[in-house]
Design a protein around this ligand. Structure first.
Ligand SMILES: C[S@@+](CC[C@H](N)C(=O)[O-])C[C@H]1O[C@@H](n2cnc3c(N)ncnc32)[C@H](O)[C@@H]1O
Length: 221
């Protein structure tokens, strides 16, 4: 499908799939959304520890970059696994402006490495951050009791309803450790019900700019 680069309301770029009218991030601000949903309501629950994160939809690497930026200040050692079936191209990456938007010039080299490094390998990006990219369909994830935090950042249920059902949430639940947390930008009632049905405790939280609510699901036992 055709992908093109567009600019969102906070000045940061994202990728749009034209045929589906679907974006990799909110058109109300890609960086603002990532910081609010995944960092403020997810990563910031953790500090002074080692943590394993699973990202559903590695895409542009924006969430991984912001997590890398936060790892030092929160004194975290991060093992970051990004799953992606359709990697972005070098040409697309060259058109994104996350390093400038985040004033992360000191991490430009690490951000390039995130994308250039091999799939299915553990890449030590900094003392605090190890990245493993897996080129895999989400529906084939079979990890068990492995992650403290999941960034659930699949395309919306409007375009990929099969990814917001009990089948995938059951896999997420199994992949998580006890007390682990999953955060997502979606707040749909059907998503909430599917999460509850597989055993999650689910909270509705205020959403990022342009969106009233988002969800945080916790595996209590
Ligand atoms: C909303 S975007 C992710 C945005 C990403 N987190 C970022 O910050 O750029 C959803 C991602 O899921 C990927 N994807 C879609 N269907 C998939 C599937 N069944 N298995 C694995 N990846 C898939 C897409 O290629 C896309 O990169």
């Amino acid at each position: 499908m055709n992908r093109k680069i567009i600019t969102t309301s906070d000045g940061s770029k994202t990728i749009q799939i034209e045929e589906l009218n679907e974006q990799y991030h909110s058109i109300h601000g890609a960086v603002q959304e990532a910081k609010h949903v995944f960092i403020k309501n997810g990563l910031n629950l953790f500090r002074d520890q080692e943590i394993s994160i699973l990202e559903i939809g590695f895409g542009t690497g924006l969430n991984a970059l912001i997590t890398l930026m936060c790892s030092k200040s929160s004194n975290l050692k991060v093992n970051y696994t990004g799953i992606e079936a359709y990697p972005v191209s070098k040409n697309e990456l060259d058109q994104l402006n996350y390093i400038t938007c985040l004033k992360a010039e000191d991490l430009a080299e690490e951000f390039s490495k995130m994308h250039e490094s091999r799939w299915e390998s553990n890449i030590v990006l900094t003392e605090e951050f190890i990245l493993t990219k897996r080129q895999q369909n989400f529906l084939n994830i079979e990890d068990v009791n492995a992650f403290d935090l999941i960034y659930f950042d699949a395309f919306g249920a409007r375009v990929q309803p099969e990814l917001w059902t009990e089948i995938l949430f059951e896999k997420m639940y199994r992949a998580m450790k006890t007390k682990a947390v999953l955060v997502t930008y979606s707040a749909k009632g059907s998503v909430r019900r599917a999460m509850r049905a597989v055993g999650f405790s689910v909270e509705k939280l205020p959403g990022p700019p342009g969106k009233r609510e988002m969800l945080r699901a916790t595996k209590l036992a």
